[in-house]
Design a protein around this ligand. Structure first.
Ligand code: AHR
Length: 330
């Protein structure tokens, strides 16, 4: 299966639908009425949950952006369960919202509900995470990070960090939620880069579900079977922060005895980096609210948003974290 994006023709048809069609699957009708007044627009947003500092920042940013734009946002928290997200999307379809946006908890299993939205003539925007579907007409736009690239950046740092070492480098990987795009892609990008040198060995790889508690629990268990591990690659800061607690509880020094590289760059992660407990962080920005509002406005105006909008991101070492922390928004 491949990740696909909506075709232009289908996107255009869905956009026209928003401006003038009463739904019922007629995605080809043009608008004689023009755009709706912004304060009459209603957007339904189905969030993954509140599993991490990143997610909380993402929710806050999206809610603030819609409030500032004067657009009504219906919000639901799926508590990391796909069935809850599907229920929320069905409820938005029933309510006849103008646009549905969501961050899919996992990649697969969305075709049925997205076809229902399409049949109702409601455009769908993916934020943060992709779906894995053969049908590229099921959503208008996908706004979010390039997770494979993030994994590669983490791998690049590891390769550079150990460039002078000829000894084996034993790595534990703390995976995100099983089946989620960032877990799949960050693992892939990282594996691609470290494959260049067979001194790198991922000795254990398990999910911590993107939570601090999960990161701690998995690290505790994996340290028992892999006491000589050199490095932890955590798919997000929250799991890295949980790993720090487990490493300290084992009487070791995080960042020194066991190095840590993670993804996100939320404030708590950046503080741990500044304190030398994490060694490197690849940024993943949760600030998607303003761009999502823009996409909704484009749809309302009958314009075609870009199919794929990639978030701009950077990386941080310790010195850069110290400099960035005072102005860090999340
Ligand atoms: O999809 C983005 C990821 O989900 C973030 O890296 C992680 O912290 C969150 O839970």
């Amino acid at each position: 299966m491949k990740k696909t994006f909506i075709g232009l023709a289908a996107a255009g048809a869905m956009l026209l639908t928003l401006a003038g069609c009463a739904g019922g699957g007629d995605t080809t009708a043009g608008s004689s009425e023009g755009p709706k007044p912004v304060d009459e627009l209603v957007v339904g947003f189905a969030q993954v949950g509140a599993e991490s500092g990143w997610r909380t920042a993402n929710t806050t940013d999206i809610q603030a952006a819609f409030k500032d734009a004067g657009i009504e946002l219906k919000f639901s928290d799926a508590q990391q369960k796909q069935e809850n997200q599907i229920k929320a999307i069905r409820s938005y379809i029933q309510q006849g919202v103008d646009v549905i946006a969501f961050s899919p908890v996992v990649e697969t299993g969305w075709d049925a509900v997205l076809n229902e939205a399409k049949a109702a003539g409601i455009p769908v925007v993916l934020t943060d995470r992709a779906v894995d579907s053969q049908d590229d007409s099921l959503y208008v736009s996908f706004l979010g990070s390039d997770f494979v690239e993030e994994g590669k950046k983490a791998g690049d740092w590891v390769v550079e960090e150990y460039k002078d070492s000829t000894d084996p480098v034993k790595i534990i990987q703390l995976e995100g939620t099983t089946g989620a795009a960032p877990a799949i892609d960050r693992a892939e990008g990282f594996a691609d880069v470290i494959a260049a040198d067979d001194k790198f060995e991922v000795v254990a790889s398990q999910t911590g579900d993107f939570t601090r508690a999960g990161g701690k629990q998995v690290t505790e268990a994996l340290l028992k079977s892999n006491p000589d591990v050199d490095l932890i690659y955590a798919h997000n800061d929250d799991m890295a922060l949980g790993a720090i607690e487990a490493i300290e509880a084992a009487g070791l020094t995080p960042g020194v005895d066991i190095k840590i590289v993670s993804v996100d760059a939320v404030k708590d992660g950046m503080q741990a980096l500044a304190d030398g407990k994490i060694n490197f962080i690849v940024e993943c920005s949760p600030l998607l609210g303003k761009q999502l509002v823009q996409i909704v406005e484009q749809i309302n105006n009958g314009e075609t948003p870009e199919k794929r909008i990639i978030t701009e991101e950077t990386t941080f070492d310790q010195e850069q974290a110290v400099a960035a922390l005072p102005d860090r928004q999340y």
